[in-house]
Design a protein around this ligand. Structure first.
Ligand SMILES: C[S@@+](CC[C@H](N)C(=O)[O-])C[C@H]1O[C@@H](n2cnc3c(N)ncnc32)[C@H](O)[C@@H]1O
Length: 229
């Protein structure tokens, strides 16, 4: 996919004036935002809705807000990823944000890293169902892969505080690559405790960015930090 298409995917679109998750997922705004990726992402949302709670992947309260809290929240990371190359999603769990990234950016090679077998089984099923040919599922903790592979960027959501996340993830990032993390608004508090480990990789103060998707859907916070050594 060319850069202009990538930018279009990240562009805030028309308003989705709906509160119900299912309606949001079927809205023109979401369809326009996801473009060619819509069908695959919608199928993934359906799978999460139908099996997510049963299989212990998401809590019962999440079923009605899969699109806003999970799918679109994950999609917010996409405009900050490199145009091509490889991305590893650390602690992918149910596939967030990794499956959404892989569906929206088929030109990226995506590795989903997840230690729990129940979850890697699910991820493998999702990848097959969506026909994603750009995804590898690797079972294990991020630390187990240090020295085994390096990628252009790592993503993660809800895995650990920034200092721990840097220790887990940065060894998987090539020099010159980046960590691009979905975080809550309180991430500023995590930056100071992470300074020392960030120095080890020659990384300065992380960028704290707004992750905006479809109008009417709450923006998220994205932290981006480059590995310089
Ligand atoms: C709270 S879940 C978040 C899952 C998903 N990223 C999301 O946002 O829905 C945290 C996930 O990180 C995984 N995890 C925990 N420690 C890990 C590690 N050291 N390396 C890779 N994954 C890890 C857990 O198994 C779990 O699936």
């Amino acid at each position: 996919m060319e850069g202009s298409d990538v930018a279009a995917q990240g562009e805030p679109g028309a308003s989705a004036e709906v509160s119900d998750g299912e309606t949001l997922g079927a809205s023109d705004a979401v369809k326009a935002y996801l473009g060619d990726a819509y069908d695959g992402v919608a199928r993934y949302a359906e799978m999460l809705r139908d099996q997510g709670e049963l299989r212990g992947l998401i809590g019962p309260r999440e079923v009605s807000r899969i699109w806003e809290r999970h799918i679109l929240n994950s999609a917010a990371v996409v405009p900050y990823l490199p145009a091509s190359g490889s991305v590893a999603d650390i602690g992918s769990g149910a596939g967030l944000p990794g499956v959404v990234v892989a569906a929206m950016r088929p030109e990226l090679e995506v590795i989903l890293v997840e230690p729990m077998e129940r979850r890697t089984t699910w991820l493998t099923e999702v990848v097959a169902e969506l026909g994603l040919t750009n995804v590898q599922v690797k079972r294990g903790r991020a630390e187990e892969f240090h020295g085994a592979f390096e990628v252009d960027a790592v993503t993660s959501r809800a895995v650990a505080a920034l200092s721990k996340l840097v220790r887990l993830s940065m060894p998987l990032v090539r020099v010159g690559g980046e960590m691009v993390i979905l975080k809550g608004r309180s991430v500023a508090e995590e930056i100071e405790p992470a300074r020392k480990v960030l120095q080890k990789y020659g990384s300065g103060t992380p960028d704290v960015l707004d992750g905006v998707t479809v109008e009417g859907v709450e923006a998220t916070t994205i932290v981006r930090v480059r590995r310089a050594k």
